[in-house]
Design a protein around this ligand. Sequence first.
Ligand code: BES
Ligand code: ZN
Ligand code: ZN
Length: 494
Amino acid sequence: MNINFQQGDPLKLETDCLLAGLFEGDEFSSGILVEAPHSLVDSLETLYSKGELTGKSGNSTLIHTLGNAVPLRIMFLGLGKRESMTESTIRDVLGSAVRKARGIRVTSIAVAVDTFSTKETDSNRVAEITTMASINGLYRYENHVSEKSETTVTEILLNMESAAESNVVSYTAIAEAVNLARDLSNTPPNHMTPTILSNIAKEKADENGIGFELIDEKAMKKFGMGSILGVAQGSSEPAYLIIMKYEGAKHSPDDSIALVGKGITFDSGGLSLKPPSGMMTMKGDMAGGAAVIAAITAISKLNLEINVYGIVAATENMPGGMAQRPGDVVTAMNGTTIEVLNTDAEGRLVLADALCYANHLGVSKIVDIATLTGAIRTALGDQIIGTFGNNDLFTKQVIQAGSEEGERLWELPADDSFTKNFKSEIADIKNIGGGGAGATIGAMVIGKFAGDTPWVHLDIAAVSRTNTVNGDMAKGATGIPVKTLVSLCKSLSK
Ligand code: BES
Ligand code: ZN
Ligand code: ZN
């Protein structure tokens, strides 16, 4: 995608389609029409007075200019009332608009940036959101279809007074990272094994000057990572702990954050086998790991002044002949023994050792990202990231970082009053609870391995995929929470 800037009269831009925002209740013939010929303004005003062309939120009206302006088409996009417009409105409206334009074979788009801006959201910010919404809104995954779509939008021209070049470069990197995370999670599980995921992580690391190391099963044994090994033993695919290291703050080597992702490339449930319907989307059980790989790639492209470890616990969860049994007891790297009563609660088991390893590296903060529990959907629905933590200040910082980029996070409890729910009779803890609060129990099992390090757990099980095309979302993997992770590292680096 080429994103360029051009100043001047938007009606003189050589483009297939000009996108212009329209606020409900604003004077109609302002904005892009100030210098328009009367013939065009008169016809548009007729449409406006007859109610086809309106600024109502969600309304979009496609006009063919037929020689009355240089753009072949103008798409007017309703933004609702000026006072109630938010950044999400722009993201949704533009994401849908670029897809609609692509649907009519438009390849070059111009955006009248200033028509979308308000007091709260200035033109530079609109340019950033436009960049992301178009790159993410146009995403589609067609690696395995023979007949690929022919046309797509290849150029976005940002029509605005001053050019915010560097912001657009940064937000292009972030949007591309979101699409990378989507690609990884959308890839079928026979094409996305732990080995393949590791290879891609290595590729991204090499391309961006990020350090890379693989901990294979032999090394896991040496470290005493019995918890991830227990999950891995049911699969014939080797497991890896993928370690990426971005050093953006070499002057303070002791200050670093670990982003730790669940990378189950397929979750069958293991011997606690899932029903067929529950297994169909389980190629996406590495969405947390995908987000980590993608986010650290963007963080390095943005040259953020921060040290970041990306750690991905990559394995399949399969019911092979060597699979762990419900009732097995495993020992994690920090010596904690875990009674595995349900092999389908494997995310917390692989993250247990991954968090121990993060602490072994001496990191100062940990965020783990995992498609951990079905229960989080019951608690928060399918739009909100379940958020848990052991340090109020840090948890708030993560939630704030998400909200800056339109990803919603909500904190749920993870305090010691729940510890009794996963106390085991025969080991230190068991990997499932009882008495509800499934997402909290999952979080708290992981939290046991964070120790005293400030830690936040993001349960993305309900938000990592979507069945509807909406705004900047395409069907399938969403790429959540790449934007939150990048935004967090940005805020920590300030
Ligand atoms: N990968 C699943 C969670 C999941 C469910 C992700 C639906 C995406 C969509 C996880 O490993 C799992 O199976 N969790 C169990 C835990 C239970 C056995 C305590 C669950 O949520 O049912
Ligand atoms: Zn599972
Ligand atoms: Zn899982």
